[in-house]
Design a protein around this ligand. Structure first.
Ligand code: IMP
Ligand code: MG
Length: 195
C-alpha cells in the first residue's frame, strides 16, 4: 500500500498540469452514458474498444449505459515514426464479432491526427456495419490531418501530450486516475536514455 502511494506520487510529479481529476472524468462519462442510453435505445449497439488506451473509458462508460449492449476489442498499430501516425494502419488483434448489420460505436481514448479512426471507420463500414459512430474521451482538434470528428466527446484538449486514465507514454501512466499534460523533460530524458 505504501509502495503504491509512492509510485502514484512519482507519476503525479511527472505531470506539468492536471487537466481533469478522476471525479471530473467520471462526471462527464456519466453524462455521455446517459446520452448514449437515449440514442441507442432499442438497438443493442456493439461497442468496439480500441486497445489499450480506451479500456478505462469503455469500462466506466458501459456501466453508465442502461440498455443491452455488447463489447468487443480491436488492437491497431500505425506504421511510421514513433511519435507521428503515418495513416498506414495494421490490425494487430481483430474483432471477435461480425459487425454486419450492427450499430457500432467505436470507443477511443483520444483523437489526434484522426488517421487511425478514419481507417477504422472505413474498415467497419466495408464490413457492412449498419452505423458507425465514434466516442472519444479526449479530442485534440488542433492536430487533425483528416476531417474526422468524434460524434461523442468527453473533453477537448490542447495540443500537448496527455497521459493518465488509460493514456500512456511508453506504456506508463495508464493507471493514473486523473489526466494531465506530461512534462516535456520526462520524454526528453527518456528519449536520450534510449539512444
Ligand atoms: P491518431 O491516428 O493520430 O488520431 O492517433 C490516435 C492515437 O495516438 C490514440 O489512440 C493514442 O493511442 C495516441 N495518442 C495521440 N495523442 C496522444 C496523447 O496526447 N497521449 C497519449 N496517446 C496519444
Ligand atoms: Mg489508442
Amino acid at each position: 500500500m505504501v509502495g503504491q502511494g509512492v509510485a502514484q506520487r512519482q507519476m503525479m510529479e511527472d505531470l506539468e498540469t492536471v487537466l481533469y481529476t478522476e471525479e471530473q472524468i467520471l462526471t462527464r462519462i456519466r453524462e455521455l452514458g446517459e446520452q448514449l442510453t437515449v440514442e441507442y435505445r432499442g438497438k443493442v449497439p456493439l461497442l468496439v474498444g480500441v486497445l489499450k488506451g480506451a479500456v478505462m473509458f469503455l469500462s466506466d462508460l458501459v456501466k453508465r449505459m442502461s440498455i443491452p449492449l455488447e463489447i468487443d476489442f480491436i488492437a491497431i498499430s500505425s506504421y511510421g515514426l514513433s511519435t507521428q501516425s503515418s495513416g498506414v494502419v495494421r490490425i494487430l488483434k481483430d474483432l471477435d464479432r461480425d459487425v454486419d448489420g450492427r450499430h457500432v460505436l467505436i470507443v477511443e481514448d483520444i483523437v489526434d491526427s484522426g488517421l487511425t479512426l478514419a481507417y477504422l471507420r472505413d474498415v467497419l463500414a466495408r464490413r457492412h456495419a449498419a452505423s458507425v459512430r465514434i466516442a472519444a474521451l479526449f479530442d485534440k482538434p488542433g492536430r487533425r490531418q483528416v476531417p474526422i470528428r468524434p460524434d461523442y466527446c468527453g473533453f477537448t484538449v490542447p495540443n500537448a501530450f496527455i497521459v493518465g486514465y488509460g493514456l500512456d507514454y511508453a506504456e506508463r501512466y495508464r493507471n493514473l486516475p486523473c489526466a494531465g499534460i506530461l512534462k516535456e523533460d520526462v520524454y526528453r530524458s527518456s528519449e536520450s536514455a534510449h539512444t
